[in-house]
Ligand binder design. Structure first.
Ligand code: VTB
Length: 329
């Protein structure tokens, strides 16, 4: 797998998904927004010379017409050419409701690695704590909330009252929110999108120091792929709370359903690629902007082996010549 060149191919994939779904922003129809992203992503994969396998996707083949788990994606095989095998985790539109309402932080996103480099997580919940590189080995899922906040504050050379913690606004988080409030940290409740929140927590200057709470496991794996490249910290544990899920997890080869995963457990690959493109404006990425003669997208692309963090600002020119031309910024 050629990490650097594939990374740029994957930017085109997330750009395509963002461009299509962004057209539906604010229409109040998350399903169409997601469908637009999925179709665009799949068509873009067809241009890439890979033997890609979707390991985290839109669900199983029978519920999802495209980008389902196990689906093979990439350019049609050419006799005599051996395309590299790549495992791919996609979330064509992370934050469908955010896009449907025009709220911040909706992104088109994927992670990739050599085969076996991303945990094949079931579509269940995952308890998570996510923070930046300074919090190395400091997070403990079994410790009281107060303990983790103190540890994070200590690593960041701050006081607990200075911290901003992002939490998904869900009834299941009532107690967590109460405990964070009692400990004195500040909170940003988010409607969706603990994936982009996790990335924000791993970079400096985004105004968020950690993400806590229970979100999707697939989002957890994709977050870990980004954190691997950003040297961020994460601990996560699957929420396996029904007999069906126990069976499913066992059938996926997970022996200990209570295992606490770190970034390297969730994204063990040697060559991990992460690409995200803003759909709506967010803390890290601008949303798609359209005008008469084109569109502009803003993406983040990360590669673990070559240790690169790239922000890609692309102007997509329309076919018709003329007009006002490209703006510098
Ligand atoms: C989170 C959130 C996602 O799913 O992972 C969440 O970050 C978890 O599920 O944007 P619930 O909505 O049931 O809490 C999303 O909201 C959608 O994928």
């Amino acid at each position: 797998m050629v990490e650097e060149s594939l990374a740029f191919e994957f930017v085109r994939v997330v750009e395509s998904a963002a461009l299509e779904s962004a057209r539906t922003m604010g229409q109040g129809d998350g399903e169409s927004a997601d469908r637009a992203a999925v179709q665009a992503m799949r068509a873009a994969f067809e241009q890439i010379p890979i033997r890609g396998t979707i390991v985290i996707g839109e669900g199983e083949r029978d519920q999802a017409p495209m980008l389902y788990i196990g689906e093979v994606v990439g350019a049609p095989a050419q006799p005599g050419f051996e395309y590299p095998a790549v495992d791919i985790a996609v979330d064509p539109l992370e934050g469908t409701n955010l896009c449907a309402t025009g709220a911040a932080n909706s992104i088109a996103v994927l992670a990739a690695s050599e085969p076996g480099g991303l945990l094949h997580a079931p579509d269940c919940y995952m308890e998570k704590i996510i923070a930046g590189p300074a919090c190395k080995d400091a997070l403990d899922l079994d410790a009281p909330v107060k303990y983790n906040l103190k540890a994070i504050a200590h690593c960041l050379d701050r006081q607990v009252k200075d911290l901003v913690i992002m939490v998904l606004d869900r009834p299941r988080h009532q107690e967590l929110i109460q405990q964070i409030r009692t400990a004195g940290a500040r909170i940003r409740l988010i409607g969706d999108g603990d994936l982009s929140a996790g990335i924000a927590a791993a970079v400096r200057g985004a105004g968020v120091h950690a993400v806590m709470g229970t979100g999707g496991a697939p989002e957890g794996v994709i977050t870990a792929a980004a954190l691997k490249c950003l040297h961020g910290e994460m601990v996560g544990r699957l929420v396996v709370n029904t007999p069906e899920l126990h069976e499913r997890v066992a059938s996926m080869g997970i022996r200990d359903p209570k295992k606490i995963y770190t970034v390297n457990d969730l994204a063990p690959g040697q060559q991990v690629i992460f690409a995200a493109c803003g759909v709506t404006d967010g803390a890290l990425l601008h949303g798609v902007r359209f005008w008469g003669e084109g569109a502009r997208t803003h993406s983040l692309v990360l590669t673990s082996a070559s240790r690169k963090v790239r922000f890609v600002d692309t102007v997509h020119m329309s076919k018709a010549p003329g007009g006002r031309g490209v703006r510098l910024y």
